[in-house]
Design a protein around this ligand. Structure first.
Ligand code: GDP
Length: 465
């Protein structure tokens, strides 16, 4: 497949001034010279060439000579006027002269095959293009620039070191010498396993940052949930987008706050029928809560009775990890907050927002907001962001394929540990160790030969990248 010359539009073809058509492969320059009437020799002088495609358009062509190109092959980018007609005519001319339309991600796939980048970096190209928030962008950039791969390679090198210690022992097995001190081996192994497990764990947040961190807005009917969602969205209308295909009764919207993409889920369906409102324990709402990283419980300040205020003040249940302590109270007639708290795990955060403070003040120590008047929303946003504790300087896994490979590596390392503990023969232990190394290598694409895997990865790219 590699060996032919491919072409594709690299930009959108409507609504912009310039479009770029990309061409890569051994016949690039030959095809170009047939299609474009260049005013100076293609391979002499500067890289950008002016030319005319007779009867169609004036173009500028960027020339990249192998191996100094994105794909590692001879390639070119033709900048023309951005008209769907012009772009399709150029593609037609290129095809008439021997080029083939590229499939999704085929340019990047060639870059990978030609050793321009490893597989994790190639995947990062697609993430970079898809990034909508600073956090997504940072993760993709770290991965693209190789920092991520370097971190993983350091781990793999540790495994190689452990392997070599053990294999040395194998070579001298007849002499009853223990080259590798078991203690040192076990320590190295445990450290590496801990690192791998940390990475597996980081996927939860990495994936959330990539897909949008889920925030459930819950509360009793008429507490102001929808008004709150609209207020949060209204102020950032420009970056709001609807997510199609969400369930009938839950509204889901994404929005950027503080460089993080959040998916807000308003459990609006709760208010539709009186009999399901008895408790907030309606399945859908709880499903949203269970999936959320942050739960915003909206409480209507004007509906809090004396007993509620009393309950609010006792703060009994606020000591669990990840839950804001000052809000550890029992709110509302239905014990809604108590129920939610009982469901939450340590990595979820509950924020109780006492709404309608324009009607009656929030009990002291509680976050008071008015969704209707956009009061207190900055503080609410700050708390939502604070609940997502992330540092893109740390190695973070956001790719499911990588996470699966790391899970397998961890499983193999646990088997190694068990083997060492049980005094299993060294050559058997070495097999598990090699499996762990192989799993890590898959992330860089080192041991992926199968067409299926590469086809699956690059198939998700856009054409032209
Ligand atoms: P939901 O059922 O929880 O989604 O509640 P809605 O957002 O539909 O709001 C219920 C009612 O409360 C509406 O009439 C809103 O206008 C009103 N409301 C919401 N927020 C506020 C607020 O901050 N102050 C006042 N005074 N009314 C509010």
């Amino acid at each position: 497949m590699i060996g032919d010359t491919i072409c594709a539009p690299a930009t959108g073809t409507v609504g912009a001034a310039i479009a770029v058509v990309r061409l890569s492969g051994p016949d690039t320059f030959e095809i170009l010279q047939k299609v474009v009437d260049f005013r100076s020799p293609v391979l002499e002088g500067g890289r950008v060439k002016y030319g005319v495609i007779p009867g169609l358009d004036d173009v500028l062509v960027n020339i990249y000579k192998a191996p100094h190109s994105y794909t590692g092959e001879d390639s070119a980018e033709i900048s023309c006027h951005c008209s769907p007609f012009i772009v399709s005519r150029i593609l037609g001319l290129l095809a008439d002269n021997g080029a083939r339309m590229a499939g999704p991600g085929e340019f990047t796939r060639r870059a990978f095959v030609n050793g321009k980048m490893d597989l994790a970096q190639a995947e990062a190209v697609s993430d970079l293009i898809a990034s909508e928030s600073q956090a997504q962008h940072r993760m993709a950039l770290n991965q693209l620039k190789g920092r991520y791969s370097e971190g993983l390679m350091a781990l793999r090198d540790e495994l190689v070191e452990i392997s070599s210690l053990l294999e040395l022992e194998l070579d001298f097995s007849d002499q009853d010498v223990e080259f590798a001190s078991r203690e040192r081996l076990v320590r190295l192994l445990d450290e590496t396993l801990a690192e791998v497990e940390k990475l597996v764990e980081s996927f939860k947040l990495g994936n959330a940052l990539r897909q949008g961190v889920p925030v459930a807005i819950v509360g009793e009917p008429n507490s102001g949930k929808s008004t709150l969602l609209n207020a949060l969205l209204g102020e950032q209308r420009a970056i709001v987008s609807d997510i199609p295909g969400t369930t009938r009764d839950t509204i889901e919207e994404t929005l950027n706050i503080g460089g993080i993409k959040f998916r807000f889920i308003d459990t609006a369906g709760l208010r539709e029928s009186a009999d399901v409102i008895e408790k907030i324990g309606v399945e859908r709402s709880f499903a949203a809560i269970d999936k959320a990283k942050v739960v915003v419980l909206v409480v209507d300040a004007s509906s809090l009775g004396e007993s509620d205020a009393g309950a609010l003040a006792d703060g009994k249940s606020g000591s669990r990890n990840g839950i804001e302590k000052e809000e550890g109270r029992h709110v509302g007639r239905n014990g809604v907050e108590k129920e939610i708290r009982e469901r939450l795990t340590a990595d979820q955060t509950l924020i109780v927002a006492c709404n309608k403070v324009d009607l009656s003040p929030a009990p002291s120590g509680m976050l008071g907001i008015s969704a209707l008047n956009s009061e207190g929303l900055d503080e609410l946003r700050t708390r939502i962001c604070k609940a997502v504790d992330y540092n893109t300087d740390h190695l973070m896994v956001s790719n499911e394929r990588h996470c699966n490979a790391l899970r397998r590596a961890a499983a193999s390392l646990r088997a190694v540990r068990r083997g060492l503990d049980a005094g299993t023969e060294t050559d058997l232990v070495c097999i598990d160790l090699r499996n762990a190394t192989a799993a890590l290598n898959e992330i860089f694409g080192k041991q992926i030969g199968t067409e299926d895997v590469l086809g699956e990865i690059f198939g998700r790219f856009c054409v032209g990248k």
